[in-house]
Design a protein around this ligand. Structure first.
Ligand code: DC
Length: 235
């Protein structure tokens, strides 16, 4: 895992949750870089399970048990490639594949399978065990790391989130209609919020940050200040 060798003792555990398009991936990655912490994108892990399920021809509705078993056979590794962080499953770089829109949509349905989540949550807890991590997802502050010293819930209005998603895709050479993105995003939000296992919700002790009128750097600055304060209370 990147950065883990920099662990020095008074580093805390940071949980960042929020809906799709809240900007949390970029912000979490930049924050981890600044702090010398390890960045863990848990959404990538759910996407990887969805991608492997798709490859194996498994159906979310009828093959939930098989999908959970498949997740149990995957070894996850985050690796730095240039300026990016790539996810490898069983030594194969799946970064490009898991970012495809169809895999993103499927990952929301796949992530509602309880036995599969149990497995990924266990792996994520192990990854965070040494501290000094910024872990990002939907249930980090509520389920995966309820003891995290810093919990942030990042959000933005639906229009702003759809606009950012469109821009992200454009940067990857994918052109998408804004209304289409809005519709898909609302469906995913709804599914992520209403599923019975680990639904997206704000942890009672999380700090909510609405990022509509903030630049990425302003958000990172704010989070860094929050973490620096928390670090002073460590040890
Ligand atoms: O953050 P993302 O869009 O890459 O996440 C992909 C899907 O995985 C998303 O629909 C919600 C799900 N997910 C989850 O259920 N729990 C997490 N901790 C992270 C993501």
């Amino acid at each position: 895992m990147p950065n883990s060798e920099q662990f020095s003792g008074n580093k805390c555990t940071i949980a960042i949750d929020g809906p799709a398009g809240s900007g949390k991936s970029t912000v979490a990655r930049k924050l981890a870089d600044r702090l010398g912490y390890t960045y863990i994108d848990t959404g990538a892990m759910y996407r990887a399970v969805a991608y492997r399920a798709l490859q194996a021809g498994l159906d979310v509705e009828s093959d939930a048990t098989e999908i959970a078993a498949l997740a149990g056979c995957l070894h996850f590794e985050f690796r730095n490639v240039g300026n990016e962080q790539h996810l490898l499953t069983n030594d194969e770089d799946v970064e490009e594949a898991i970012r495809r829109p169809e895999v993103g949509n499927l990952s929301s349905a796949v992530s509602a399978i309880p036995e599969m989540r149990e497995h990924l949550v266990a792996v994520q807890r192990q990854m965070a065990a040494q501290g000094g991590v910024v872990m990002e997802g939907r249930d980090i502050g509520t389920v995966v790391l309820p003891q995290a010293e810093v919990k942030i819930f990042l959000t933005a209005s639906v229009q702003e989130r759809a606009r950012r998603r469109q821009q992200q895709l454009r940067e990857k050479g994918i052109q998408r209609d804004l209304d289409e993105i809005l519709r898909e995003q609302q469906q995913r939000d709804e599914r992520d919020r209403t599923r019975s296992v680990a639904p997206l919700r704000v942890a009672p002790d999380a700090r909510q940050v609405v990022t509509d009128n903030m630049t990425e750097d302003e958000v990172v600055d704010l989070l860094e200040r929050i973490v620096r304060q928390a670090e002073q209370y460590m040890e």
